[in-house]
Design a protein around this ligand. Sequence first.
Ligand SMILES: NC(=O)c1ccc[n+]([C@@H]2O[C@H](COP(=O)([O-])OP(=O)(O)OC[C@H]3O[C@@H](n4cnc5c(N)ncnc54)[C@H](OP(=O)(O)O)[C@@H]3O)[C@@H](O)[C@H]2O)c1
Length: 285
Amino acid sequence: MGQLIDGIAVASHVKSNVRKAVDELKSQGVNPCLATILVGDDRASATYVNNKQKAAAEVGIATRDYRPPSSFKQEELVELVKLLNSDPSVHGILVQLPLPSHIDEFAVINTLNPMKDVDGLTPFNSGMLVNGKAFLKPCTPSGIIELLDFYSIDVAGMDAVIVNRSNLVGKPLAFLLLQRNATVTVCHSMTKSLTEKLRTADLIVTAVGNRQKFTLTGDMVKDGAVVIDVATTRHMDKLTGDADLSVRQKASWVTPVPGGVGPMTIAMLLKNTVTAASISKGMTE
Ligand SMILES: NC(=O)c1ccc[n+]([C@@H]2O[C@H](COP(=O)([O-])OP(=O)(O)OC[C@H]3O[C@@H](n4cnc5c(N)ncnc54)[C@H](OP(=O)(O)O)[C@@H]3O)[C@@H](O)[C@H]2O)c1
């Protein structure tokens, strides 16, 4: 049986370090503040934003909560972002995705001040990531790296297969794993012979989120592989990931859903907020 990677425990460790950093910043007159913007009333997005707000408050990070209606125009959203960009009391800005279809996500993200971009999605921060110089990295991929580090899972030389090519997960993770000297294959809905690729992988990171389209089963996993399940989806009335329970018979390490990558994403957002607050005062090394 594979050993479970405990995302709740690692996230709690990260958050306790964040809390110390927040106290340190406050003692130096900086009150770290995260602004979140949720356009519209999507229930899942509202839950994510509520959880982020709550987690920030728990570590002493101040929050601002903007929830304009779904009719909010792109120009209005851009104006709001610019206002927060120029507000020195706000250190991190998070625009919850996805945005309503009438808004061009890239245009909005491209407006964010990269020094306040706590999701690490601006072109500047993506470019820094590709160059191995990023200080604000996308939260889910950096949370995965944090999990691997915590359990001393060294990916150098591993054949890693990522099933996802989104800007939020697959693409940035590919660069982070390359920096750790893994050999990375990025797969997606048009990938040929996916099962064969998975069967040779030492590390599988899967983030499809639709069991009808894709389920990772034990027979697709080589003995001793590390499996990181990023997906969150409902299957048979339960919150689950892409991986079937049979994967645990084959993997050496596996993340549960819930309780794996999810808590890390929020913990890394808090860490990025503290980094952004430190940057604002020129306090990074
Ligand atoms: N735990 C967390 O903190 C966290 C954070 C982020 C995301 N997630 C979860 O991760 C999942 C993905 O999120 P996302 O935002 O990256 O979504 P997304 O943009 O829809 O990405 C899904 C990916 O799966 C690929 N895919 C779809 N069907 C496939 C198939 N049959 N075989 C192989 N690949 C297939 C897609 O390929 P194409 O590109 O070709 O369409 C795409 O790259 C969701 O369940 C989301 O809830 C969790």
